[in-house]
Design a binder for this molecule. Structure first.
Ligand SMILES: [Mg+2]
Length: 281
């Protein structure tokens, strides 16, 4: 589409804070690695809680994930990973699942699962995720360069914030980040403007001009249209992870959505976009 719709010029001197999407922007998530992580979580959980064979656990996991996407994501809410674990564990203990179009009685679910078991399962998910998804080597230098002159954050749609935080620490990115904002904590998901407002506050810049924030992401709807409608500038990182298992991966811009201010093919290209430091009043 380049040449048809000229992109508005982005003035890098006006950008005082930069946020990055996590999945498939900072961290490509391969389908193979993702499946291996989920399988390892199933093995861990079934062993620890004596739930039998991991196969049926994985089937229930996929069905309950689909149910949460229908009930929550399409309504603009993040999925609750602890809730998913509780439902799957209850199923493996003999509780019949509602039909796909019906809802759980979560009071009954909670009676079948000890909160300490959920804590353990969520920790297992976090640890398997952090151990099983490689840290891309090129990211830390990019964050370091930007953090020298601007506030840097992560702004992620993810159902479990401690997993993102643990990954960030292991990757060595924490010193560069003024904020890690995760939908599971905020209650809203991108493209909802409220999560961009939450990021402004988390970066210590509540009340700053929205146009002084730049968000970088791979999902044209959640990242680009969401940021632009919140008044931010947006950089679209063209999908580089075919077959990604993450929601929104490979999505194309929709008619009527605001376009990105800039499009990049590799994360480090954002350094060229931001080559001039922030300046002026
Ligand atoms: Mg993404």
């Amino acid at each position: 589409m380049a040449g048809v719709t000229p992109l508005p010029r982005l003035d890098p001197r006006a950008i005082r804070a930069v946020t990055f999407d996590f999945g498939d922007t900072l961290v490509p998530v391969s389908p193979v690695a993702f499946r291996a992580v989920v399988a390892a979580v199933a093995v861990d959980t079934c062993h620890r809680l004596a739930l039998g064979d991991p196969g049926p656990f994985l089937v229930a996991w996929a069905e309950e994930r689909d149910r949460q996407v229908r009930e929550d994501v399409t309504e603009g809410r993040e999925m609750d990973l602890g809730r998913r674990f509780a439902r799957v564990i209850a199923r493996r203990r003999g509780m019949p699942a509602p039909r796909a179009e019906d809802r759980w009685d979560d009071t009954e679910v909670d009676a079948a699962v000890d909160p300490a078991e959920l804590t353990w399962a969520l920790d297992a998910y976090r640890d398997r995720w952090v151990a099983g998804i490689p840290v891309p080597p090129g990211v830390a230098p990019v964050l370091a360069v930007i953090a020298a002159t601007r506030r840097v954050g992560i702004l992620s749609n993810w159902p479990h914030a401690p997993t993102i935080e643990a990954f960030v620490v292991r990757a060595g990115w924490r010193p560069y980040l003024a904020a890690v904002v995760v939908s599971a904590d905020v209650g809203a998901i991108k493209p909802d403007a409220s999560i961009f407002r939450a990021a402004e506050a988390a970066l210590g810049m509540a009340g700053a001009s929205p146009a002084s924030f730049l968000h970088v992401g791979d999902d044209p709807r959640a990242d680009v249209a969401g940021a632009r409608r919140a008044g931010w500038r947006a950089a679209w990182l063209h999908a580089r992870n075919p077959g990604s298992p993450l929601p929104g991966a490979g999505r194309e811009p929709e008619p009527g959505d605001p376009p990105a201010d800039v499009e990049i093919d590799a994360l480090e290209e954002i350094l060229d976009v931001l080559a001039e430091p922030p300046g002026g009043g």
